[in-house]
Write a protein that binds this ligand. Structure first.
Ligand code: ATP
Ligand code: MG
Length: 428
C-alpha cells in the first residue's frame, strides 16, 4: 500500500481529504515520497470514528496536534485535522482546528512544502510553491520575519531544505533568517535542532547545511569548539585543504550517513590541541581528552543517544592511531582491543578523514585479526632442550610467547632463542 492514489481512495470517506507536505512536493517533482501525510476538515475524534466505521485501525498518536495514525494493510498514514495557529511564541505554535485547506497551508513554513493535492489530483498551491521549486528557491510562506519569530526552528529548516535540493534561499527569507539567527537556540528545544541535523545527515551533501549554520553562527553556539575553526590551520603534511572547518566539512560529506556525527566531531579538540601541546602532553593525549571530556559534554548538550555517545568517545579518541603508529602486530592488537565493537565506525571515520591521501599501511589496523594464538613453544619443548621445570622455565615461555605475538614468528627454535634472550634481559 504505497501508491498515494490507492491510499487516498481508501481514505476517501474523510471530508475534504488532501495529501499535504513533503509528499506532494516529491510527487510533483518526480521523487519517491517518503511518507504520506493527509489533511482533512474532520476533527480528530471524527477521524477516529470514521476510520473505525470503515474497518480501519486508527490510533490517536498526536491528538493534541490533531493527528491520528490510520493503518492500511499495516502501513501507517498520518491524518491531521486542518489546523490554524492561534498563539505563537517562537517555539512550537499552538494550534486550533482550521476550517479550510487554505488556512492549513498558510501555517506551513516554506512554499515548496505548502502544496496540497486532492483525491481527484487537483493541486492547491496558493503560495506558488511549484514556481519556487522550478526556480530553485526556498521561500517563507507569508512574511519571513514573522514566520521565523513564530518558530525559530524554521531558520534551521530553511538551510536544510536549501542544502538538500541545492536551492538558494530567497533574498528576503535569507535576510530574515540572518536577523533571527541569534535568537534560534534560546527559543528552540535542542532536541528539535538535533533532529534537523539527523535529517540533514541523511542527505548527500550535509556540508552545505552545516556551512549555512556556521555562516549564521548557529553551529558555533551549538558546539562552542567550532568557533573560528575556519581560521585554524591544519598541519599541511596531513591536510592540504588548509583550515580545520573546511577539512571537517569534507570529511562529513565523505562519511557514510551513519558516521556523520563522528565526522562532524572528530577534530573537535583541534583548537585546544596547541595548548595541550604547550603543557607537554604527547600527541595522543589530546584525543584522549576529547574522548573523555569534550564528547560527553557535547553529547549531553545535544541530547545524543547514549549508544552514539559511547561510540563517539572511542572514535574521537582513537581515529589518529592508525595514521601515527607503526602497524606492528602488537600495535594492531592493542588498537583492536580498544576499538572493541566500534572498529567499523573507526574504519569509516578513518577512511573519510584520510580521503584521497591513503596511508596504505594504516589499513592493517582495520583488517580482521586471527583469533588470539596459543603459545607455540611449550614446556615439553624446553624439557627436550634439557631444561628442568622451575622459575626460569616460566620466564622463558612467557618471553617466547611475547616474542611470538609481537613478531608473528612461528619457528620453534627462533622462539626458544627469543625466550632465552628474554630471560637474560630479564635478569639484568
Ligand atoms: P522531510 O522530507 O525532511 O520530511 P518535509 O517537507 O516532509 O521534509 P516535515 O518536517 O516532515 O518536512 O514536515 C511536513 C510538513 O509540515 C512540511 O512540509 C511543512 O509544510 C510542515 N512543517 C513541518 N515543520 C514545520 C514548522 N516548524 N513550521 C511550519 N511548518 C512546518
Ligand atoms: Mg516529512
Amino acid at each position: 500500500m504505497k501508491d498515494y492514489r490507492e491510499v487516498m481512495q481508501r481514505l476517501s470517506f474523510l471530508p475534504d481529504l488532501y495529501l499535504v507536505g513533503g509528499a506532494v512536493r516529491d510527487i510533483l517533482f518526480g521523487r519517491e515520497p517518503e511518507d504520506l501525510d493527509f489533511a482533512t476538515s474532520a476533527p480528530p475524534e471524527e477521524i477516529l470514528r470514521l476510520a473505525k466505521a470503515h474497518g480501519l485501525e486508527a490510533v490517536p498518536t498526536g491528538i493534541e496536534h490533531g493527528t491520528i495514525t490510520v493503518l492500511i494493510e499495516h502501513h501507517p498514514f498520518e491524518v491531521t485535522t486542518f489546523r490554524r495557529d492561534v498563539e505563537t511564541y517562537g517555539r512550537r505554535a499552538k494550534v486550533a482546528w482550521g476550517r479550510s485547506i487554505l488556512e492549513d497551508l498558510s501555517r506551513r513554513d516554506f512554499t515548496i512544502g505548502a502544496i496540497a493535492m486532492s483525491a481527484k489530483g487537483e493541486v492547491v498551491d496558493p503560495f506558488e510553491g511549484q514556481r519556487d521549486y522550478e526556480a530553485g528557491l526556498i521561500r517563507a510562506v507569508g512574511d519571513p520575519r514573522q514566520r521565523f519569530r513564530e518558530d525559530y526552528l524554521r531558520v534551521i529548516r530553511a538551510g536544510r531544505f536549501a542544502a538538500r535540493y541545492g536551492f538558494e534561499i530567497e533574498v528576503h527569507t535569507l535576510e530574515a533568517a540572518r536577523e533571527a539567527a541569534p535568537e534560534v537556540l534560546s527559543h528552540v528545544a535542542v532536541e528539535r535542532v538535533t533532529a534537523e541535523l539527523d535529517k540533514a545527515f541523511k542527505d548527500p551533501t550535509p556540508s552545505r547545511f552545516l556551512r549555512y549554520l556556521y555562516d549564521l553562527e548557529i553551529l558555533q553556539r551549538l558546539i562552542p569548539e567550532f568557533e573560528d575553526t575556519h581560521l585554524l590551520l591544519q598541519n599541511p603534511r596531513w591536510h592540504p585543504e588548509g583550515d580545520v572547518f573546511t577539512h571537517v566539512m569534507e570529511v562529513v560529506d565523505r562519511a557514510p550517513p551513519p558516521y556523520r556525527w563522528h565526522a562532524l566531531l572528530h577534530d573537535i579538540g583541534k583548537k585546544d590541541a596547541a595548548k595541550w601541546k604547550e603543557e607537554g602532553w604527547y600527541s595522543f593525549h589530546g584525543h584522549e581528552i576529547v574522548g573523555s571530556r569534550l564528547i560527553p559534554r557535547i553529547a549531553r548538550d545535544l541530547r545524543l543517544p547514549t549508544a552514539l555517545r559511547d561510540e563517539l568517545v572511542v572514535t574521537t579518541a582513537l581515529h589518529m592511531v592508525p595514521a601515527l603508529t607503526k602497524p606492528t602486530p602488537r600495535a594492531i592488537r592493542i588498537f583492536q582491543a580498544e576499538a572493541g565493537s566500534h572498529l567499523s565506525a573507526l574504519e569509516a571515520l578513518f577512511r573519510a578523514d584520510a580521503g584521497e591521501r591513503r596511508p596504505q599501511e594504516a589499513w592493517k589496523f582495520f583488517e580482521p585479526q586471527p583469533v588470539p594464538v596459543k603459545p607455540l613453544l611449550q614446556g615439553r619443548d624446553l624439557i627436550a632442550r634439557g631444561h628442568r621445570p622451575g622459575p626460569e622455565f616460566g620466564r622463558i615461555l612467557r618471553a617466547a610467547y611475547q616474542y611470538q605475538l609481537e613478531s608473528g614468528e612461528t619457528d620453534l627454535e627462533k622462539l626458544y632463542q627469543a625466550g632465552l634472550e628474554g630471560l637474560k634481559s630479564g635478569r639484568r
